[in-house]
Ligand binder design. Structure first.
Ligand code: SF4
Length: 499
């Protein structure tokens, strides 16, 4: 058995089983001839959701995680023990967790604490695009936690790792930050240009497992074309800017992925595919030559019919948008650079050209009221025939966002000072929603208002989206898949977007 265990952290996204970052790390470790085992917890979690009946979002709720991390939570501890045992996570000396979003960070802390309590001599390293974001010093607070040994700051391909990954050796490596006698040692960020980024790869057993967990035995590699985002939405802590890989590199990488994994599908993990429409247009023609189906996240832009139909002809299957709200006032408050008319036009052009439109919404933005919420409902009603699916998220307040920096401008009061000392390092580093309240309300009342807004959008529109979606599939095929893989039929969203 190798000494290093790389863990694909759970909840990468609701749609995907593995992350781009894990794939890049896999390629890098292979190039360095470092032996390791890559374990995909998403597979286990996915089975758990539909198997023994766990609601994982509840199991790893913020409250459960915080009580386990600061004191005890027997229920969560038993669950962690099952995860470790069933996935063979025991017996390694070093663990690398690649963290791609705040969504899974508390879960990672819980796993780290559990593993460390079982064996205090192991080394726990956290890294990945989420933790190594430029300018986000708060993440290093996690090094105050006794179960986190290192946070890697930057792009792993920029360093030479020693064969022996002992703590003493890692302290000598660039980018590996740690705490020493109550002081946090933060090293400079290691960066490689986007052009130098390795193509993400995965071991065969990992790919086979992912195929088995897919409705149609698909393996959909994740790839990114660009870094960062040129927009500056007030609730988002994405880095400002945008750099792209050359089209030649993208072509070669995707050709490689297609052949390596015998797949005709790829998912682009970019923040905003339309941040450079000309680049995407040219790229789509190259993807057309490769006969590959693709999709990803995008903002809204003014596009003509020819643009959209060219994307479709060249394999575009779906585009997921950050719609967020159907209210002009809220879009302005969010600093979304788009008008409602552009959103409607974009969504209808996609659908009319056979590209599925998947839309993300935010319920309970601080300046939201029932008038603006009703505008969003009206927007959805007016456009629903062009919407394939929606995902509704409750507003969360993150550090390094405009709303956090200027709370009074958005009518909120930040309540961080009321956080117990024992939870401070966890909350600051995990960047889970920072406690805040609307002016004149308590935190609890604020959360109730947000939940009500969420419910009124969710129960009004999600069931219709689900029914529309089921109707768009061939019933006979759906039934056959239901018989073959009942627990997957209604939840394999990424695969569904490609058919
Ligand atoms: S467009 Fe999306 S990724 Fe870019 S700043 Fe806005 S929310 Fe963030």
């Amino acid at each position: 058995m190798s000494d290093l265990c790389v863990v694909q952290t759970p909840f990468v996204s609701k749609n995907s089983l593995f992350s781009h970052g894990t794939g890049v790390l896999n390629t890098y470790l292979n190039e360095q001839n470092i032996s390791f085992r890559l374990i995909n917890l998403n597979i286990f979690f996915k089975k758990s959701i539909y198997g023994p009946g766990y609601n994982l979002e509840k199991v790893f709720s913020k409250e459960n995680c915080l009580s386990y991390l600061t004191d005890k939570n027997i229920f969560l501890e038993q669950f962690l023990s099952k995860i470790v045992e069933k996935n063979g996570l025991n017996g390694y000396s070093t663990y690398f967790f690649s963290v791609s979003s705040s969504y899974n960070l508390l879960t990672v802390y819980c796993l780290a604490k559990y593993l460390k309590e079982k064996n205090k001599d192991i080394t726990i390293v956290l890294g990945g695009p989420y933790l190594s974001k430029k300018g986000n010093e708060n993440h290093f607070k996690a090094l105050e936690l006794p179960y986190i040994d290192f946070i890697f700051n930057g792009d792993i391909e920029g360093v030479d790792l020693p064969k022996d990954l002992s703590s003493d050796n890692l302290k000598e490596v660039e980018g590996f930050c740690y705490s020493y006698e109550d002081e946090i040692i933060i090293k400079n960020r290691v960066e490689v240009s986007i052009e130098e980024e390795s193509v993400p790869t995965y071991p065969k057993y990992f790919v086979d497992e992912a195929r088995k967990s897919s409705l149609k035995n698909d393996f959909i590699p994740i790839y990114r074309l660009s870094k960062d985002c040129p927009n500056n939405c007030v609730f988002c802590n994405f880095e400002l800017g945008c750099s792209y890989k050359s089209l030649e590199k993208v072509y070669e990488d995707i050709k490689f992925l297609k052949e390596e994994y015998s797949t005709d599908k790829i998912y682009f993990a970019d923040a905003n595919l339309m941040s450079n429409p000309d680049y995407l247009f040219e790229l789509s023609q190259k993807l057309g030559e490769l006969n590959i189906y693709w999709g990803g996240m995008t903002g809204f832009i003014d596009v003509d019919e020819n643009y959209v139909s060219t994307l479709k002809q060249n394999g575009c299957k779906f585009l997921a948008t950050g719609l967020e709200s159907g209210s002009t006032k809220i879009l302005r408050d969010m600093r979304k650079p788009v008008k409602k008319e552009t959103m409607s036009d974009f969504i209808s052009k996609l659908t009319e050209n056979g590209i599925k439109s998947y839309n993300h919404l935010i319920a309970g933005f601080p300046t939201e009221d029932y008038t603006s919420l009703n505008e969003t409902k009206k927007f959805l009603r007016d456009n629903f025939k062009h919407i394939f699916d929606i995902s509704i998220n409750i507003f969360s307040l993150f550090k390094d966002t405009e709303v956090y920096r200027n709370p009074e401008k958005f009518g909120i009061v930040i309540e961080e000072e009321n956080v117990e000392k024992s939870k401070e390092a966890i909350l600051k580093s995990a960047n889970v929603s920072i406690p805040y309240r609307l002016k004149g309300k308590t935190v609890k009342e604020t959360n109730i208002i947000k939940k009500k807004m969420y419910n009124s959008l969710f129960y009004r529109f999600k069931p219709i989206a689900m029914i529309n979606k089921s109707n768009s599939f061939n019933l006979k095929e759906s039934f056959e898949y239901f018989l073959k893989k009942p627990r997957l039929r209604f939840k394999n969203e990424l695969t569904e977007l490609y058919y």
